[in-house]
Design a protein around this ligand. Structure first.
Ligand SMILES: Nc1ncnc2c1ncn2[C@@H]1O[C@H](COP(=O)(O)OP(=O)(O)OP(=O)(O)O)[C@@H](O)[C@H]1O
Ligand SMILES: [Mg+2]
Length: 441
């Protein structure tokens, strides 16, 4: 069943239950209220009657006629001798009431011969034994109760209709964004990422909508990078293979002989080495993404690893005539794989040395629980078009090598719980790589 109908059915059921309970209570309380109200009226009527009787005794005949005309059941009697002074109730009922007066006196409703009465009774004076009983047939009250019940049912049916209409509109407002969102998710399912449109919504549905759109963007980016990865990877693998094939066929067919064949062998060995390096790095990357046994963390002083990386790269810096400047913070312990993090530092610093003109500066500082390492050079900077995907596999600039170094570095840093980002310097030419590690005591 559609969500719209489910919600409407639930609302309607809830309203029906609440209204039924309310109606039940009102109906059951109504009779009590009517009886009490009737007793109040009887009392008022009795008081009026008595004051009139006292004032104008001479006109009591007229009054009794009036009472009989109006059909007020009244009984006036003397208790000790069971004498009836005045009665408009059936004689058998009057007799029954007088003889059982002691039991009836505490009850609100008295049994008559054929019907029941709501009764108000009181002694006329404290000295005499005369009692006045004013009554109203219960049937009259039941008729009022029935009329009231019918009106209540009518009001409840109107209320229910209004509630159902309002609930329909409210649930429609709630469900429409969900239906629209379902259509947008369907587009993601069909990989039509560009067609995904924003959906007007509020509250939690808005949050879900934003997450869905964010997911679509991420998915589009991921699929795009995967495609690019396969293109780049096949290109990187095909080039050395073509060169090996070319030399191998040339030597087999006798095109390359002597020194040329020698050169061919050397190229084939170099290209094989390169292929091996690429394949090994791709395997390492795949393992860093998923497997546990490639990464062995321990409590490591990260700043110490920076010094080690610098020492290893000193010869390269000397070759390139680049000055290495190192400014290290205090010891900073993190729970990382020492060898892998050293490898990441070497990748980033060797890139810097390769691109620097004269100087490469490595600095680190601790802020709170985070160690920030900055590697900045004074080279040409990172080409702008490379920046958004710099850390993807096989992304490289002019004169780059395999384009896997930064991808591996990011995988290691993220596996260590850290972050890495790159941007160009604004004060002068050159690139800055910023790596952050969380502290572990
Ligand atoms: N400090 C830097 N200054 C300018 N460009 C840089 C810098 N570091 C990296 N790059 C650019 O980023 C590209 C990717 O670097 P990455 O280390 O991933 O690959 P690579 O150095 O080309 O090859 P390798 O996989 O051997 O490291 C480089 O080819 C280069 O164009
Ligand atoms: Mg590199």
């Amino acid at each position: 069943m559609k969500l719209l109908y489910q919600l409407n059915a639930a609302f309607t059921a809830l309203i029906v239950v609440i209204m039924s309970i309310a109606a039940f209570f009102i109906y059951s309380l109504l009779m009590d209220m009517l009886i009490q109200d009737e007793q109040r009226q009887l009392k008022a009527r009795a008081e009026l009657l008595i004051s009139v009787l006292n004032d104008r005794e001479t006109r009591s005949d007229e009054l009794s006629r009036l009472i009989q005309d109006r059909n007020y059941p009244i009984l006036l009697f003397e208790r000790s001798q069971n004498t009836v002074f005045f009665s408009t109730v059936p004689p058998a009922t009057a007799e029954n009431w007088i003889s059982n007066y002691d039991e009836l006196v505490d009850q609100e409703v008295w049994e008559g011969q054929n019907e029941r009465y709501v009764v108000y009774d009181f002694p006329l004076s404290s000295q005499s034994n005369e009692v006045l009983v004013m009554a109203t047939p219960l049937n009259d009250l039941q008729a009022v109760q029935t009329v009231f019940a019918l009106r209540m049912i009518f009001v409840f049916v109107i209320g229910l209709l209004l509630a159902v209409i309002i609930s329909h509109f409210l649930t429609r407002r709630l469900v429409t964004p969900l239906t629209r969102l379902k259509q947008e998710v369907k587009k993601i399912e069909k990989r039509q990422f560009e067609d995904v449109q924003p959906v007007k919504a509020s509250g939690e549905i808005k949050e879900v909508e934003q997450s869905v759109r964010h997911m679509a963007e991420e998915l589009a980016r991921y699929i795009h990078s995967q495609k690019q990865f396969f293109q780049n990877a096949s290109h990187e693998l095909k080039t050395p293979l073509q060169s090996i094939q070319g030399y191998a066929e040339g030597i087999r067919d006798g095109i390359f002989e002597g020194e040329a064949a020698e050169k061919g062998y050397n190229v084939m060995i170099q290209e094989t080495e390169r292929l091996k390096k690429i394949v090994n790095e791709m395997i390492l990357l795949a393992k860093l993404d998923s497997s546990a046994d490639i990464y062995h963390p321990s409590h490591t002083n990260v700043t110490d690893l920076l010094t080690q990386a610098k020492d290893r790269l000193l010869p390269l810096a000397r070759d390139k005539e680049v000055e290495l400047e190192l400014e290290i913070a205090d010891t900073f312990h993190s729970y990382v794989d020492e060898e892998r993090v050293l490898q990441a530092f070497i990748n980033i610093i060797s890139n810097g040395i390769r691109h620097a003109h004269q100087k490469l500066r490595i600095s680190s500082n601790i802020e709170g629980e985070v160690l920030t390492i900055r590697v900045q050079d004074d080279g040409e900077g990172i080409p702008e078009e490379l920046l958004p995907q710099l850390f993807e596999r096989f992304i490289k600039g002019k004169g780059g090598e395999t384009g896997l170094g930064l991808a591996i570095s990011r995988a290691i840093v993220e596996r260590s719980g850290g972050t890495i980002q790159a941007y160009n310097r604004t004060d002068q030419n050159g690139a800055i790589f910023e790596i952050r590690f969380p502290k572990i005591d």
